[in-house]
Design a protein around this ligand. Structure first.
Ligand SMILES: [Mn+2]
Length: 306
């Protein structure tokens, strides 16, 4: 018996409504319905349920990437049995499950849940001998040493991730909310680049893509984490910490299609908070975003199209 048997519980809905063939799967989808460190709007525990539901009712083609989700060999394993109120134990469970998936040669694909669940995936990948560069789509740096006395807060995710991985290359897209310490941390680290939504005033989407591509060009492995608050609240109101002035779906989806390739060893889409959503648009966009990344990761560079 493995950790998957111990900690992963089957759910009634499967991503894209596709059961999948577990034996042939290259991607293992796992929900992590955890929201205990949430400091503003809470309810991310319902993210996996709503994103799966939305994924069953959108078209299956890629937006910027050529291909269809039904051609991607994935299997929806279910949800990690989280321990509400205990981030440390929950992260440990996610880590053991992710390590087992990666150890089996598959890519863990996480539907959050709040952002700190990313730390569990990274620890699991590290335990499997992987040390990926990180591509982050987020309104925030999440680089605080601790937040409200909690070092495992969602606001500390990337700080903890960098402590695990060491000085790997990190590219942020869409970041626009930070404190002074986070800003000086990134500005003092040559391995970190970031693009605010305002940089789209002077740069085209294609310019940002080529700069991020260049930074990540020597990376053998890539981790992709999408905090849904990278989108403007007009596109994704149902998130834990909405921040005005964000990106549109017509900016983010082509960037993902162009930047995600066969080097992906793990990915997550986090922070959907269904109670604060309007008409289910955030869950729908999260489902589309995950679909786009999966097709791009499976088809690799040949499917790129801005
Ligand atoms: Mn965020």
């Amino acid at each position: 018996m493995g950790y998957m048997d111990l900690y992963v519980v089957r759910r009634p809905l499967a991503f894209a409504g596709i059961e999948g063939d577990k034996g042939r799967a290259l991607f293992s989808i796992i929900g992590v319905p955890f929201d205990s460190t949430s400091t503003h709007r809470t309810g991310q525990r319902y993210g996996p349920l709503f994103v799966r539901e939305a994924s069953m009712n959108i078209e299956s083609n890629g937006y910027s990437v050529e291909g269809f989700i039904e051609d991607v060999p994935f299997y929806d394993e279910g949800d990690v049995s989280v321990v509400h109120g205990n981030a440390s134990v929950t992260i440990d469970r996610v880590s053991k499950v992710a390590a087992e998936i990666a150890g089996g040669g598959r890519v863990p694909v996480i539907i959050g849940g709040e952002h700190i669940v990313t730390l569990g995936v990274i620890r699991g990948l590290k335990a499997s001998g992987l040390r990926p560069c990180v591509l982050v789509f987020d309104a925030h740096f999440d680089l605080r040493l601790d937040y409200l006395s909690n070092p495992l807060s969602h606001a500390c995710t990337m700080r903890r991730v960098l402590e695990e991985l060491g000085n790997v290359r990190v590219a942020y897209v869409g970041v626009r909310g930070f404190d002074r310490e986070e800003l000086s941390f990134v500005n003092g680290n040559p391995n970190i680049v970031y693009f605010t939504p305002r940089s789209l005033k002077s740069l085209e989407v294609a310019d940002i893509v080529s700069k991020v591509e260049k930074l990540l060009s020597e990376c053998m492995e890539l981790y992709v984490t999408i905090d849904m608050d990278v989108y403007d609240p007009a596109y994704a109101p149902g998130v834990g910490n909405p921040e005005p002035g964000g990106l549109s779906s017509r900016e983010v989806l082509p960037m993902l299609a162009a930047l995600v390739d066969e080097r992906v060893v793990g990915l997550d889409v986090v922070e959907v908070t269904p109670q604060y959503d309007v008409g289910g648009i955030t869950s729908m966009l999260a489902a589309k975003t995950l679909q786009e990344i999966l097709i791009a990761a499976f088809k690799g560079r040949k499917a790129r199209r801005l």
